[in-house]
Design a binder for this molecule. Structure first.
Ligand code: MN
Length: 495
């Protein structure tokens, strides 16, 4: 995904009171800042300068335009001078794209020897931005406030994170996700209110019977299958039996046909992600393993067992992380290592971990699944890199959605796992195993997550604010007593 196709609009607020000369300078400064942000390598989207707005009509106009502009994913607003904020009510009332309030100033330093009243009248964001901030708070509008000089790397980092979150949010609007079959029977956390989700998040989730997918898979040409099997052989270390002429080669071809069928179905249906469940595979030869792993690497969202919330989240996080080193994958907290002082979580899934988080050799293997009653599925097996990461989960609390994030530290696997036939990650949850897991469980976090190597809690917090949903963070400073209170207070806030 190329985020450079997206724009954020740089909008400066002022008023007519100052006269033409001052307004000319305001416009010139705004152009300089917008141009610099646009050229900034760290900011993945275009930053487009818009003429200074000075009246309620101009403000309303720019907000309405932003709503309708297909490539505009948000607005950066800055009050270089004072911009009486009642002028902003009409525009802010209709604006439904994310807003970042950049609280900056053109000059980094006060020119001590030169400063006069003209300088003061031009450079007054210190109070102009307070007036604007009051109005947004008075209107109870979520936004990101970023304070600092516009050339300060820390300021750029905040804008970068927000613009990535806005890209993920934009990608959800009108997005389509397909479920093959329903939810895994009796499972609670993967289920939820799809009507509320569409109203709140902007994406739709609809079901197709697995037979529709099977029909597409059957229509894939043998020549396409042969070509994909060759790609597997070139790219991965094929396990014994899978190579051409060997006893399990047909299974590899079956897996390739499933991947091609799924991809065709998703592209033709304009779907950005999907779910499946091993309880509904009628007519399928295998549960999609390598197919889901590779489609995720292509940017599709995926959730196992009918988990549409996680499928959508994986897609959004892949969009947000576009172009950054590291990957994003569907994940499941699977098994614990409770060795005192070296507690670890082993994350994996039955099959479907995205190869974007692979570190070292990737082998293509075939093993029995144990459940589902289908032929042995082909899958990619690999380890994942050490380093900081997050797990994110959206849960449906009935009266609201909660986005829960746990900061973790992935560790380098010390032990070979010769008998474990799935891709895996080992991590230490912050602040520690006892607190991190207890807090996760108290918050009702799912066993399914999106695991990210290249996003931080900041991206997800900005994203939750855009969606207007609850955000709960389990990080380095989490303390259980405080965290429990936070969940209880949020219960009242969202009543
Ligand atoms: Mn699962």
């Amino acid at each position: 995904m190329d985020l450079k196709t997206f724009e954020v609009w740089f909008v400066t607020g002022s008023q007519h009171l100052y006269g033409e000369e001052t307004l000319k300078q305001v416009a010139a400064h705004s152009q300089t800042i917008a141009k610099a942000l646009d050229a900034e390598k760290k900011i993945p989207v275009r930053v487009v300068y818009k003429p200074t707005v000075k009246s309620p009509e101009e403000i309303y106009q720019i907000c309405a335009e932003a709503n309708n502009a297909q490539h505009c994913i948000g607005i950066i607003a800055w009050m270089h001078t004072f911009s009486p904020a009642k002028m902003w009510i009409g525009g802010l009332k209709v604006l439904h794209k994310p807003l970042l309030h950049l609280h900056t100033q053109f000059n980094r330093d006060i020119p001590w020897g030169e400063i006069d009243m003209d300088f003061m009248n031009l450079n007054q964001s210190a109070h102009g931005d307070r007036e604007f901030g009051f109005m947004m708070s008075r209107m109870r509008l979520d936004r990101k406030v970023v304070t600092g000089h516009w050339q300060d790397p820390a300021t750029i980092d905040r804008i970068n994170a927000w613009s990535r979150a806005a890209a993920g949010w934009h990608d959800w609007q009108g997005a389509r996700f397909v479920r093959f079959g329903d939810n895994m029977r009796y499972v609670a956390v993967t289920d939820g209110d799809k009507v509320e989700a569409e109203m709140r998040f902007g994406y739709s989730v609809n079901t197709h019977g697995i037979g529709d997918l099977v029909d597409t898979i059957k229509q894939i040409a043998d020549s396409s299958v042969d070509q994909l099997v060759k790609e597997y052989a070139d790219k991965y270390k094929l396990a014994a039996g899978l190579k051409k002429g060997e006893v399990l080669h047909e299974s590899l071809k079956d897996a390739a046909r499933i991947e091609l069928g799924l991809k065709t179905f998703l592209i033709e249906g304009r779907y950005k992600g999907y779910t499946d469940t091993f309880e509904d595979l009628h007519g399928m030869v295998q549960l999609p393993g390598i197919a889901s792993q590779r489609l995720m690497a292509d940017g599709f969202g995926f959730g196992g067992e009918g988990d549409w919330k996680t499928a959508a989240l994986v897609r959004a996080m892949k969009t947000m992380g576009s172009g950054l080193p590291g990957g994003n994958s569907f994940m499941e907290d699977y098994t614990y290592h409770f060795e005192p002082g070296n507690e670890l979580v082993l994350g994996a899934h039955m099959l479907e971990i995205c190869e974007s988080i692979a570190d070292g050799p990737v082998s293509c293997e075939i093993h029995p699944l144990g459940i589902g009653g289908k032929a042995d599925p082909v899958r990619l097996v690999f380890n994942s890199a050490a380093g900081p990461a997050i797990n994110a989960s959206i849960v449906d609390m009935g009266n609201r959605f909660r986005l829960l994030v746990n900061e973790v530290e992935a560790v380098k696997p010390v032990h070979k796992l010769p008998k474990l036939p799935v891709a895996r990650v080992l991590w230490k949850p912050y602040p520690d195993m006892r607190t991190g897991c207890t807090a996760w469980i108290l918050a009702g976090g799912a066993h399914h997550t999106c695991y990210s190597q290249n996003l931080t809690a900041e991206h997800l917090r900005d994203f939750a604010d855009m969606a207007g949903i609850e955000f709960a963070l389990i990080g380095k400073n989490t303390e259980l007593y405080q965290f429990r209170n936070e969940l209880r207070w949020n219960e009242a806030y969202y009543k």
